[in-house]
Design a protein around this ligand. Structure first.
Ligand code: AMP
Ligand code: TRP
Length: 331
């Protein structure tokens, strides 16, 4: 079975962008692939995190994975910090990467822009991400569009390692959703929908109450026209809302255009809100049950032990190839 690995940072409340760009594909891929889905807490601390908030958000992301339908009997769900091989191979990958290639990462440039002091962790963030992926010899990495460049770097580092030390790492492929790989802000379609935005009206959180969702969608910016038509160049706002509609309803973009022909934005937005509510309400109900049951800790323990089994062997093999003198296994 082909392998899949992905992760989400526990750095705030997850959004509909995370769901459409990533989690929805996780749920589908678990049926046909051996899957590892992480909560990347080591990545979250590349910007300061309040310890209590980090703990809460880490458990919350794991619970959202379960609530969205990831089944721990099919996929391994775990915290990155529970498997020490991530930090270890992360360091090895850092020594393979060049300053120049890390300086070119747009996520780094965006996060560092205008800051007086920029954490070194933010700079080497992509080498840890490469380690995450290579540790499982993942074939596919389901992510949103913003992670494509990090995936390219991962591929480069895998090639570099293989060339220098001998063939060992599989070179992974990115796996993007067909529609909605980049969900944009509701108040500014030039920016991606992000949980770190200071304006909550710009994003839909997975745990937003139905009435909050309805309000946010009714206030979402549109152009001054009235045609529900997918046109990313000239109608970015409506195109973004249509992508969300399509992913929540299962209708294609063409079917949505046909359904709202001649009707203007009003009915379209109203139905869109109901589609999003219908998608998130059952997830929210399951989320509350899961948090109340206390089952997350057990899921994470099982997931970490499954991940550890794969990852510890790979990091050992990488160290051996690089020339580290290895401690003897067993007693
Ligand atoms: P992050 O929240 O940065 O840890 O992202 C977790 C996953 O969600 C990654 O695969 C991202 O590419 C994806 N993602 C985050 N925001 C969006 C968005 N606005 N549209 C599509 N995918 C997204
Ligand atoms: N960098 C990713 C993000 O911000 C999160 C991430 C960390 C990840 N490690 C990963 C995604 C490995 C896929 C595979 O969204």
């Amino acid at each position: 079975m082909k392998r899949v690995l992905s992760g989400i940072q526990p750095s705030g409340t997850l959004t509909l962008g995370n769901y459409i760009g990533a989690i929805k594909n996780f749920v589908e891929l678990q049926e046909t692939h051996q899957c590892f889905f992480m909560v990347v807490d080591l990545h979250a601390i590349t910007v300061p995190q309040e310890p209590a908030a980090l703990r809460e958000n880490s458990e919350a992301v794991a619970a959202l994975y379960l609530a969205a339908g990831i089944d721990p009997a099919k996929a391994s769900i775990f915290l990155q910090s529970h498997v020490p091989a991530h930090a270890e191979l992360g360091w090895l990958m850092t020594t393979l990467a060049y300053m120049g290639e890390l300086e070119r990462m747009t996520q780094f440039k965006d996060k560092a822009e205008g800051k007086d002091s920029v954490g070194a962790g933010l700079f080497v963030y992509p080498t840890l991400m490469a380690a995450d992926i290579l540790l499982y010899n993942a074939d596919l990495v389901p992510v949103g569009d913003d992670q494509k460049q990090h995936l390219e770097l991962t591929r480069d580092l895998a090639h570099r390692f293989n060339q220098r030390y001998g063939e060992m790492f599989r070179v992974p492929e990115v796996y993007l959703p067909e529609v909605g790989a980049r969900i944009m802000s509701l108040d500014d379609a030039s920016k991606k929908m992000s949980k770190s935005s200071p304006t909550p009206g710009s994003y839909i959180a997975l745990l937003d109450e139905p009435d909050v969702i309805r309000k946010k969608i009714s206030r979402a910016v549109t152009d001054s026209g009235r045609e529900v038509k997918y046109d990313e160049a000239n109608k970015r706002e409506v195109s973004n809302l249509m992508s969300i509609y399509s992913q929540c309803s299962g209708l294609s973009l063409q079917e949505i255009e046909a359904k709202y022909e001649g009707q203007g934005y009003g009915p379209f937005k109203k139905d869109l809100a109901e589609q999003v509510v219908a998608t998130l309400e059952p997830l929210q109900a399951r989320y509350r049950e899961i948090r109340a049951s206390g089952e997350v800790a057990d899921v994470l323990r099982k997931g970490a032990s499954e991940a550890e089994e794969v990852a510890s062997g790979i990091v050992r093999q990488a160290k051996e190839k690089m020339g580290f003198l290895l401690p003897k296994l067993g007693r």
